[in-house]
Write a protein of this length. Sequence first.
Length: 767
Amino acid sequence: MHSFTLIVLICVSIFLVFECVLCKSDLYDILGVRKTATQKEIKQAYKKLAKEWHPDKTDDPEATEKFTKINEAYETLGDPEKRSEYDNFGYTSSNARQPNRPQQRGFHGFEPFEGFFSSQGFGFNFNFNQGGSGSPDSVIERHIINMRTYQTTILPNSLNKPCVIYAFSDFCFNCMRIEGIVEKFITELKAIGLCAAAFHAGQSQDLTSHLRISSVPSIVGVVNDRVSFFKGQVNLPALHDFTRGLFPTNFITKVHDVNIESWLGGWPADNKVRAVFFSPRQDMSAAFLAPAFFYKDNLAIGYVYTKSDDVTNILLKFNVNKHRETLLLFNEDSKSPVATISMQHLTRSTLDEVIEGNKFLSLPRLSSQKFFDELCPDEMKIKSRKLCVVLITKKSVPPSDDLHGYRQFSQNSRLSGHERIRFTYMYEDTQAEFVKSLMAKGRQELRSAALKVAILWRVEKYQLKYDWLETGWEGSQMADCGAALERRLNVLLTSDTVMPYKIVPPELYNEHGLGLLTRIGYKLLSWGDKILDLLRMFDGTTWVTLALSLLFVCSMGYFMHKIATYEVIQVESTLPQKTRPRPPSRTFDAKTMKLYELDARTYEELVSEADTGLTVVLLVDKDTKDDLVRQFTTIVHPYSRYSALTFAFMQLEYNIKWYRTLLETSVGNTKSLDKINIKNCIGTVLALNGYRKYYYIYSAKSGRQFIRKRNNLSQALGLDDLDEKSDDEFFFVDEVLDGLALWLDKIFDGSIKRVRIKAWPMMTDDR
């Protein structure tokens, strides 16, 4: 029994080995090369067969099938990694079902005895992988990345190549369940030229945190520095929809019979080749979106749904099969495409080959630094230097015969197909800084109608040598100018002639860049999208929890604010009030003026704790009280309408001590006023600002002096004048306040000097 089993195993092994040998020979036979052929020999064989069997080059009915097989063979053998995998196992992970090769199951790679351990027959299909990460040779393992790879490669490349990233971890049963789907999906992405990557969420925690991965398995897409999350059940149709959704839609134009002519004629503005994709699918597939997005800086992309009713004329005009995928490329000539390719299913390698050879107009414009780097690459060796012939014209001038003639010359010249020469043009008014740096050296004197032509050689990225075409370029003299240009180019190509001028070229202005406001708008939209994507990560439970938390925080904040307000009110009520509202100067009906008596009871309200404003106080004694108060009321009544003024009188007999202390404090206690005469103080008026601690004084002695010398008002007001008469001189009480109104006016216009004190003296009741 054991001998029979051993014989069966040996036969199976020999059969599988022979099967692999036969498989290996298939792709090499398709390209007609040996198994030991170099990459260069494989590439040469591919180019030769591709030209021979291209559907547009032959009428052979088997051309399309043969051409497809040639491309598939080159996709494998042209990649050293895939070729090695094919040589070892007879197939590649990107195409597990090669011809004559059955689908592998269970373990990955070549396992001749896998049937003995599968669930079919007896036993179980054991998967010893950790968390669905695959065996060491699995598709997922070969695409493992870390944070450094993400930041240095994937994120920068996402501007032109979206990337789908798969996150997994150990002992993840869902990861194990979807492993086969993810591997097939990654294989499909690589086949159409998109980026695919995977990482272990536990081992790359920095990347997990950066991508905001909250659970595994997770699938995210990165495009234009923006991260999108896959939601829903993991299956291939859903993943395909997710991939298509990663691409922006603003770089593709839906083309139909109405807009085809205007769209094809838009190349002068955007300086781009027109690429029209034809497909029987209503929505553009990822196989088209990937190359279209990658070449969006060089191509204006149009899409035609061949089953639509409004594209009939386009299909007839360009002879497009509505049931096949087709790509047409147009340069300046919109009547016929410069390149055409049509297949049942267009592969990425085929699209790249066609686009790479035709991604520039026949006469492209140097409209950005990117175009300059691609059209005029640097080359240090003088014998292999690459020349860029630049016609300098102006955008503000309508298209002229000069530019048209120069374009014809660039297409028909014997040097037009030379690999070391590129004919271009640029706008002087748009690329002013670059043209100015060129013209700073060796500018030729040309005929007034001739345009300048510069021949550039980029020695290095930041070193440019150049020369001017002596004749310039003039459309009416196209033959002579063209001959002179060809002669000069031939000399530069075939000799070591040194170009006379050298500069460090400034960077070209990007004519296709967005305006400042547009960039700000897009940036705001980008931030908004990122915020929405972040919010979409949360499930319903999270939102409910967040809402309840916010409600609780707001309620607690409101409650604490109320408590704090109540405590402030309680504390303030226990503290003495520093200022008191000023009492009114008039009654409620504004017909009667209120006059208060300043004494110890009203002192705090009117002076020491009074709110900002003035308390105007008349000093009287018991003999003059009635007469002076009546006069005072008459004089100040017009001023009582001001709420900042309060009027009062004070009897000196009872408060002479306070008045004496006020005067002594005002002069810094340098004089003693113990012998102050009350009679000399009668009629004095004080304007006290209790809040700001200063006052004005109207002197009764100055008032008497004002009576005697009515023509000398400046000396009659203030404190500096001394009465030349004796203190007991007789004076008229009815005339002592005659200067008060003028004094009040001078207070308001600021011409009376303030007397400042540090603190108000205490007032006691001496009655």
